[in-house]
Design a protein around this ligand. Structure first.
Ligand SMILES: *Cc1c(COP(=O)(O)O)cnc(C)c1O
Length: 387
């Protein structure tokens, strides 16, 4: 079968794919249809936390597949309860709603915030402040939440009630909070799709101050930053506060689809029976795998993430062909002098998979990538950048 021809013939053309068909992989190595080996510095966009097909994760999923792979939310099942307990104990949030993707996790957060606004502030307090350059998903509502004009074309009408603040000027959040009837402010602490832009602590603190003054919920979208990626279990822990709502997905499932919306004290009872749901949400096999992932994101692993991050920084900062390096932990952006596409393609030709984000090269390696593979991968990237 010609994969590329049939993909063009039968798959909706929503993706600009790289000219590579991946057929297998193990850990931080992936193999294409011709048996060519690649060092994976993209992990399926921050999904394969412990690399491709991690053994413990696979064993946990397989064990649950043998017991009961799916049951629906009409019945109790153990893995989702165990995962929710683990997430609450580790984050300080109180309750979890499970869906299947980042967008769905954010949809839940938006619903929770709007009902909270209605109940606690009154009719019409439904506006949510999001940040320019953010990314919150591809559904009609999460596209509206996304603070990039390029996402607000062709598919309207979009969901109303989002206003966009400058991601570096906290006074803009304050202005919007005063001008609109708001229930929440929502942000990524490191804007991923927006080009690995890290929010400063001063900015975040000022936003928290405004949220307090204006009685707004603070929603943090940790779909990409979560699950150990930034050197803490969740990025908010690097900033020293606990949000009212945290959403996550990507890495949580370790390679299977899951999204989670974690609800803090103010909103833990806001979604009652019948107010929200998902057929696959909390699927036992996926949650059993996620338990294996979350239970192993410990201090030792996070120390390793920080060390690997420092190593990458030390190789790239000031290197030839590099304008700047941004990000946190193993979520890093490199602004190249040359167009990013040239660098990404050269890396691929030389057996290294890296991603793009806006004008940057984006690196999202496995949190346990062996140092030797990381070094080799960075060697190839440094060569491509320096040409
Ligand atoms: C990827 C991403 C999403 C969307 O997640 P999906 O699983 O693709 O729906 C939302 N927010 C952020 C910050 C993301 O990086």
């Amino acid at each position: 079968m010609n994969i590329r021809e049939n993909d063009a013939k039968y798959i909706a053309g929503t993706y600009g794919r790289f000219p590579v068909a991946l057929v297998s992989g193990h850990g931080s190595l992936a193999y294409d249809e011709n048996g060519k080996e690649y060092i994976d510095l993209g992990t399926g966009i921050a999904v394969n936390v412990f690399g491709i097909g991690d053994g413990e994760w696979k064993a946990a999923v397989e064990k649950q597949l043998d017991l009961i792979p799916h049951a629906s939310n009409l019945y109790y099942t153990e893995p989702c309860v165990k995962l929710a307990e683990m997430l609450c104990e580790k984050t300080g949030l109180k309750k979890v709603f499970f869906g299947n993707s980042g967008a769905e996790a954010n949809e839940c957060a938006i619903k929770a915030a709007r009902r909270w606004g209605l109940v606690n502030k009154g009719e019409g307090f439904s506006a949510i402040i999001t940040l320019k350059n953010s990314f919150h998903g591809r559904t009609v509502t999460t596209l509206a939440a996304t603070g990039q004009d390029s996402f607000h074309t062709d598919f309207g009408p979009f969901t109303e009630g989002f206003v966009y603040a400058d991601a570096d000027d906290a006074s803009d959040v304050k202005r919007l909070a005063k001008e609109n009837k708001c229930c929440a402010v929502m942000m990524e602490l490191v804007q991923g799709e927006g080009g690995i832009h890290t929010l400063s602590k001063e900015y975040v603190n000022a936003v928290l101050e405004t949220a307090k003054e204006e009685n707004l919920l603070v929603i943090v979208d940790e779909v990409q930053t979560g699950n150990g990626r930034t050197g803490a279990l969740y990025a908010f822990m690097n900033y020293g506060f606990t949000p009212d709502i945290v959403t996550t997905a990507k890495g949580l499932g370790g390679g299977l689809p899951i999204g989670a919306c974690m609800l803090g004290e103010k909103v833990e009872t806001i979604l009652g029976a019948g107010s929200h749901g998902s057929t696959f949400g909390g699927n036992p096999a996926v949650c059993a795998g996620a338990c294996s992932i979350i239970s192993r994101i410990d201090e030792a692993l996070l120390e390793g993430v920080k060390k690997k991050s420092e190593y990458i920084m030390s190789r790239l900062e000031g290197a030839k062909g590099v304008v700047s390096v941004s990000g946190m932990g193993l979520m890093l952006g490199v602004e190249p002098v040359r167009p990013k596409a040239e660098i990404i393609n050269e890396c691929m030709e030389n057996g290294v998979l890296v991603l793009g984000a806006k004008n940057k090269i984006r690196l999202l390696p496995a949190l346990n990538i062996p140092d030797e593979l990381l070094e080799k991968g960075i060697d190839v990237l440094v060569d491509a950048l320096g040409k």
